[in-house]
Design a protein. Structure first.
Length: 278
């Protein structure tokens, strides 16, 4: 009986305490509902009152930064390979790098080809772009492109890059040269996982021009298409040697310009290289 009385007394005391402490909050809530108190305190106001407004502003900025605004970087050489066809060997590279946050990035792209027979660089370009996320998995990019070879030329660039449904990686760009020539490029690739480390990558690249540019042996319309298959093995995710085959063909007036100089208008090349990123 004594134990029951003690427990009852404790329960009654707790109930009275809860009622007493709850009254102000209840009264304040009632007052807000009736419009007697109209001033709403800002979010985290109690933390501001305890730690100070300046200190909490700094803390909130750090939280937002760590939640996605922190800058990161990425460097990828999707293709760093030797291409061989009809006794001719070339070194080809296609890479990109970016630095920034989830929304805004500075993006660099480079592509080119150099002869392994005599060391001459035939094509080399570098793009510097500002990239802005416009939708999940899609970025709008704009900036400048500079061609080092076959001759020095500058372009304005605008394009989109992203991941389409079914995991097709797409990169489409339009170029306006300082000479007023307009051209475009589209690249599409897909990673088909045969195993967790053995991956087959179909890839196609197409280049177009709106006008004839005889000095660069480019005709209006579709200039060329490179279509290939590359089979890579990821020793590490960051390092994957590969082998493959690619068909390279020219069309229209571009084909005619090349034929007039005695060049090859289409060929099949065997490739061996490495895909690496960090």
């Amino acid at each position: 009986m004594m134990r029951i009385k003690i427990v009852s007394s404790i329960a009654a005391g707790l109930a009275m305490s809860g009622f007493a402490f709850g009254m102000p909050a209840f009264a304040q809530q009632e007052g807000n509902q009736q419009g007697t108190q109209t001033d709403e305190e800002p979010l985290w106001s109690q933390a501001d009152a305890y730690y100070g407004t300046a200190e909490m502003a700094k803390a909130r900025e750090e939280v937002l930064h760590e939640g996605g605004a922190q800058p990161t970087y990425y460097v990828l050489f999707n293709q760093l390979e030797a291409q061989s066809a009809d006794g001719r060997d070339d070194l080809y590279w296609n890479g990109q790098a970016w630095y920034g946050g989830d929304i805004s990035k500075i993006w660099f792209k480079t592509e080119g080809k150099s002869s392994l027979n005599n060391g001459d660089v035939e094509d080399a370009e570098l793009q510097a772009l500002y990239s802005r996320a416009i939708a999940p998995y899609w970025n709008l990019q704009a900036g400048l492109r500079h061609d080092f070879k076959p001759d020095s030329l500058d372009y304005a660039v605008i394009g989109v890059q992203g991941l389409a449904p079914y995991f097709f990686e797409i990169d489409v760009s339009a170029f306006l040269s300082t000479e007023g020539n307009v051209s475009a490029r589209a690249e599409i690739e897909y990673d088909l996982l045969l195993t967790q480390r053995l991956i087959l990558q179909p890839r196609i690249e197409a280049n177009l021009s709106l006008q004839d540019v005889p000095e660069r042996m480019l005709g209006a319309g579709l200039n060329n298409i490179d279509a290939g298959l590359r089979l890579r093995y990821e020793i590490k995710r960051e390092f994957a040697p590969y082998i493959g085959i690619e068909w390279q063909g020219n069309f229209g007036d571009t084909k005619n310009f090349i034929q007039a100089t005695g060049g090859e208008t289409d060929k099949t090349v065997f490739v061996a290289g490495v895909r690496t990123w960090f």
